[in-house]
Design a protein around this ligand. Structure first.
Ligand code: PLP
Length: 389
């Protein structure tokens, strides 16, 4: 018997059937007039999604790590100084990328489950001159939601380019690129944007493009070089074809369908819906006495939940029991606590029925693993949170 299970991890997520149907249609030429129109319109929609009316979108085949690489390769030259506002695994990765392109990287770390001290970041910015700073909006290894607005304001104050990794946030958490002074933001298709893996979406604001044009050395990455992609993006937006590398035609069309859905729902309504569903999960886990990695609700992401296991739970056994109930969850990712917690993703078209199914499977997995609690406590708290919000 084949029964589809519910994919509740922080990407890839459950995809809308309309998006999947679009993906499965016959592939057209990347220079067909219909496709040119769709690609051009998708580029325009990206400015709306990123809230960056004067930004330059880049839509390139690759994963979220390519989006990080695009930002790193195009904005770093050997000897540049970079500050990483580090909230976990993806901050470390960004540091590695910047380092690879010759930057001198300084990390300012928060404790696990917390964001770095804002004064420590300001002090670093005061003490030496940085070209850029990176902020992970939601670090998927901890579920910590960073205070992008506050850190970006510091970036502006010290005239440092602000790069935001929005891979686990964009299209679900509030991110106002232009208003908050963010110079580059990016995401990947398989997270809250709701399209199977394979597309990197990045928008570079005017200061970032200016810094790029003022480079003294060539971009040290051929595929990622904006000089190769900029004419392509500009051409398609002007409803003309251009070629550098074959666009992921089916994925771009699927993204167009998904962005239509997202913009139709409205960004504010979509953010509010994610907050509501997130509260359902967080209330359920609290009722089950499971602690969460983010140290307080103020810095807990709405796109995912990261609960610590109770004492005595074997991670692999628990996850396979939950999976046997039809729900796929993710294990830990942060190297220092990897075996101590698990992760639930709740992005995209996720609704209360998905939440209840997931919480039921979590309760079942916990009970079968020997954890003692009042059966239904999580489900009851979930429904209360849902109906009260
Ligand atoms: C998933 C993720 C990435 C990496 O994306 P891939 O598509 O796996 O390469 C980067 N940053 C964050 C915050 C993520 O959640």
């Amino acid at each position: 018997m084949i029964r589809k299970s519910l994919l509740m991890i922080p990407g890839p997520i459950e995809f809308d059937p309309e998006v999947l149907i679009e993906l499965g249609k016959p592939t057209v030429s990347h220079v067909a007039p219909d496709f040119i129109e769709i690609f051009g319109n998708t580029i325009e929609q990206m400015r709306v999604l990123f809230q960056s009316p004067d930004g330059q979108p880049f839509l390139v085949a690759g994963s979220g790590t390519l989006a990080m690489d695009l930002a790193g390769a195009n904005l770093t030259e050997p000897g540049d100084r970079a500050l990483v506002v580090n909230t976990g695994y993806f901050g470390d990765r960004f540091g590695d990328i910047l380092n690879r392109y010759g930057a001198e990287v300084q990390h300012i770390r928060g404790e696990i489950g917390n964001i770095p001290d804002i004064q420590a970041v300001e002090q670093a910015l005061e003490q030496s001159s940085y070209k850029l700073m990176t902020i992970t909006h939601v670090d998927t290894s901890t579920g910590v939601l960073n205070k992008v607005k506050e850190f970006a304001a510091l970036g502006r104050k010290y005239n440092v380019l602000v790069i935001v990794d929005g891979v686990c946030s964009l299209a679900a958490e509030e991110l106002k690129m232009s208003e908050w002074g963010v110079d580059v933001a990016f995401t990947a298709s398989q997270k809250a944007v709701g399209v199977p893996p394979g597309l990197a979406l990045l928008v570079a604001g005017p200061r970032a493009m200016q810094a790029f044009h003022q480079r003294k050395t060539p971009v040290a990455n051929y595929y990622a070089d904006w000089y190769n992609w900029l004419p392509v993006m500009q051409a398609y937006e002007a409803r003309k074809a251009a070629y550098f590398g074959t666009p992921a035609v089916n994925l771009v069309r699927a993204l167009h369908v998904s962005l239509n859905q997202i913009l139709q729902e409205g960004l504010a309504a979509r953010t509010a819906r994610h907050r509501r569903i997130s509260k359902v999960f967080k209330s359920a886990l609290l009722a089950l006495n499971l602690e969460q990695v983010p140290q307080n609700p103020d810095i807990a992401a709405a796109t995912m939940t990261a609960p610590y296991y109770p004492q005595g739970i074997q991670p692999a056994e628990f996850l396979s029991r939950v999976s046997a109930e039809g729900v796929v969850l993710a294990g830990g990712l942060h190297p220092e606590i990897r075996t101590k917690y698990f992760r639930i993703g709740h992005m995209g078209s996720v609704n209360i029925a998905d939440a209840i199914t997931t919480i039921a499977a979590v309760e079942s997995g916990l009970a079968l693993s020997g954890y003692r609690f009042e059966p239904g406590a999580g489900l009851s708290a979930a429904m209360q949170a849902y109906l009260q919000s």
